[in-house]
Design a protein around this ligand. Structure first.
Ligand SMILES: *Cc1c(COP(=O)(O)O)cnc(C)c1O
Length: 401
């Protein structure tokens, strides 16, 4: 159907070069001595409307710092979903806490609030909600559950730049938000992360945690850590690129939002596929678009995907091949060299091999990944929809090889 490759666009331009030059001319690239990181924090806070920001070396580092700041430690349970990046859970394990997985919703792919409620035990300390693909989770329901059980809510906003829920930017609804600027996200600094919060204590503790526990003021500050922290700092080079990228982010999110909405309209009321549903009250910035093959069509997902690819559309299988709890490190509980402290101390009896999240597994088994990008035009979306229609018609009620 389509011969032409899908377009790509330049991610960096004169603005990035200008700020990088400015950063280099400071004669320091240390975040605390230069001004670029401070400017990023101010720009970020005004963009998403929050009080405090802390920059970090990655989204994973941001989440780890948020957990540490929230006081998550040995044997605490942290509930999250398994249709996500390892970065969501790495910090939980490094805090010697226990990742507990609840189910996803079948149409928006966000955390299922009822499944969250059922997963809560007296050991539960925090929840990490993942706004997958820039689609906000059902935050009203999740916050209500969290409030009832006095849980800290961390929002994993790594894929959710530009995403809003009932008019509020994600990362400002829970207690703390964590963004990523790695090379694959809406905006990038190569590697990087930003933490958002309106809580002064969380801000202070997160800031200490990413910077060795040093209290920064004046030239170096007070270097007498009160607890074990990390060096998760980023440099003024990342800040310089971030300043320019933050200026682009609203435009990028808006185009992706429009293209995703268009694809949903074009898919319409298909008998074969379900569109990527947006959470009610949500503004989705479509980091990707995930369709599902409906139950009862009898169509094999991998075969369907290959057919769509053969039409010239760069489709893929599910966003990830298996839920996190099926990855080797979880199945073998191979988190640490000398065994898993939480298990050895009898603080958990979880066996990840026995964990099952039926809806998450169903999503992974039946979904097809479709790219959305700010450099696409309506033509790419139209072609995608036409290919989906053509393949659906051909495979529905017809034998497969
Ligand atoms: C990318 C990503 C992360 C981790 O971010 P890094 O910057 O790569 O560490 C965490 N959670 C989700 C959902 C992500 O997509």
């Amino acid at each position: 159907m389509r011969d032409e490759a899908f377009p790509q666009s330049a991610r960096f331009g004169d603005k990035e070069r200008e700020y990088l030059d400015e950063a280099l001319r400071q004669n320091t690239l240390f975040y605390h001595k230069g001004v670029m990181t401070q400017r990023v924090c101010e720009q970020f806070c005004s963009l998403i409307d929050c009080e405090y920001a802390v920059t970090a070396s990655s989204g994973t580092a941001a989440i780890h710092a948020a957990l540490a700041a929230a006081g998550v430690g040995l044997g605490d349970e942290v509930i999250t979903t398994s249709l996500t990046d390892m970065g969501t859970v790495i910090g939980i394990l490094y805090q010697n806490a226990v990742p507990v997985f609840c189910d996803n919703l079948p149409d928006t792919y966000g955390m299922d609030p009822e499944s969250l409620d059922k997963a809560i035990t007296p050991r539960t300390k925090a929840v990490i909600v993942v706004h997958l693909a820039g689609n906000p989770c059902d935050m009203d329901s999740i916050m209500a559950v969290a409030k009832r059980h006095k849980l800290i809510v961390i929002e994993d906003c790594a894929q959710a730049w530009g995403c809003r829920y009932n008019g509020r930017y994600v990362g400002t609804i829970g207690h703390v938000g964590c963004f990523s600027t790695n090379d694959f996200k809406h905006i990038t600094t190569g590697e990087g992360g930003i933490i958002s919060t309106n809580d002064r204590d969380l801000f202070r503790r997160a800031h200490l945690f990413v910077d060795k526990g040093y209290r920064r003021s004046g030239d170096v500050g007070n270097r007498d850590p009160q607890q074990l922290c990390c060096n998760y700092r980023w440099s003024e080079l990342q800040a310089a690129v971030s300043l320019a990228q933050l200026e682009r982010v609203e435009g990028i999110a808006k185009i992706r939002h429009g293209l995703g909405q268009l694809l949903t309209r074009l898919i319409g009321d298909s008998t074969v596929i379900s569109p990527h549903a947006v959470t009610p009250g949500g503004y989705c910035s479509f980091w990707f678009y995930l369709i599902r093959l409906k139950n009862g069509t009898g169509i094999d997902r991998d075969y369907f995907t290959r057919c769509v690819q053969a039409e010239g559309i760069p489709a893929g299988g599910a966003y990830i091949a298996k839920p996190l709890y099926r990855m080797t490190v979880f199945e073998d509980e191979a988190f640490f060299i000398n065994g898993w402290p939480a298990k050895k101390l009898g603080l958990t009896d979880i066996h990840y091999r026995d964990v099952r999240c039926p809806t998450t597994e169903e999503i992974i088994r039946t979904s097809v990944y479709l790219p959305i990008h700010e450099c696409f035009t309506e033509r790419e979306i139209q072609d995608t929809a036409t290919a989906l229609q053509k393949v659906s018609n051909a495979l529905y009620d017809s034998p497969q090889s």
